[in-house]
Design a protein around this ligand. Structure first.
Ligand SMILES: [Cu+2]
Length: 235
């Protein structure tokens, strides 16, 4: 299965069986790229700053869907509300594809209602095997230097930057897509948040050297930036 097909299938699997009024999912944004050396950032969508962790020629797919449905219709016609997920899941969860479902009385949907929020999925192949990468949506496009991609995108901006306060630097206020690769250097992560990006303020997905920290004083930190993908996220 190709990267794009696999990712689309995984994303679609978390959106299937919605009420017939909702049209089939169609990504708002989809970027499919091969990592190039950082010096070529101007002409390439994806660049690597650390070829040991993310070799040139490794591949990446990023998709964004607007308004991941909160409800799923079961075969018997009953509606089930999708429990609020915790922001990011690892490849194993995603590969099994069926979202957590819990029975819920009708009429108790979230204040946002159906179809709100943003779903982001990322898939990499050909990167370091058996490795956990911290991955986030950042505010600026990738450049020749790792810091060109700016800080993390935050729904509610932390007045104090760089933001290491767990109140702001968390997977509900930012988009975290940490992933752990398998033996073939392939990994997948998805995230859903209840809000939409502001226009032109979310421009890249940055891959960091290790998993994202959550503790006070270093929340959101994941080591150096090892690779970056330009993604023109829509709100
Ligand atoms: Cu980051």
């Amino acid at each position: 299965m190709s990267l794009a097909m696999a990712l689309t299938a995984a994303a679609a699997a978390s959106m299937v069986a919605v009420s017939p009024a909702v049209s089939p999912p169609c990504p708002a944004v989809m970027v499919h790229a091969t990592f190039a050396p950082a010096a070529q950032a101007r002409d390439h969508k994806a660049v690597t700053y650390d070829t040991k962790l993310v070799p040139v020629s490794a591949k990446v797919v990023v998709v964004e869907f607007l308004g991941k449905p909160r409800h799923y219709e079961h075969e018997d016609g009953h509606e089930y509300e999708h429990g609020h997920d915790h922001g990011h899941q690892h490849m194993g969860d995603a590969a099994r594809s069926t979202p957590t479902q819990s029975p819920s009385p009708q009429g108790t949907q979230s204040p946002q209602g159906k179809g709100q929020g943003t779903f982001v999925g990322v898939w990499v192949r050909g990167v370091k095997a058996h490795h956990t990468f911290g991955v986030h949506v950042h505010t600026k496009p990738c450049g020749t230097m790792p810091d060109d991609s700016g800080p993390h995108y935050q729904n509610t901006k932390d007045p104090k930057q760089p933001s290491v306060n767990p109140k702001y630097a968390n997977p509900r206020n930012e988009v975290w897509l940490d992933l752990t690769t398998n033996g073939h250097g392939e990994g997948y992560a998805k995230a859903h948040v209840d809000w939409r990006f502001r226009d032109s303020e979310a421009r890249s997905v940055v891959i960091h050297e290790h998993a994202t920290a959550t503790g006070k004083g270093h929340a959101g930190m994941a080591g150096t930036r090892v690779a970056c993908v330009k993604v023109p996220f829509k709100g």
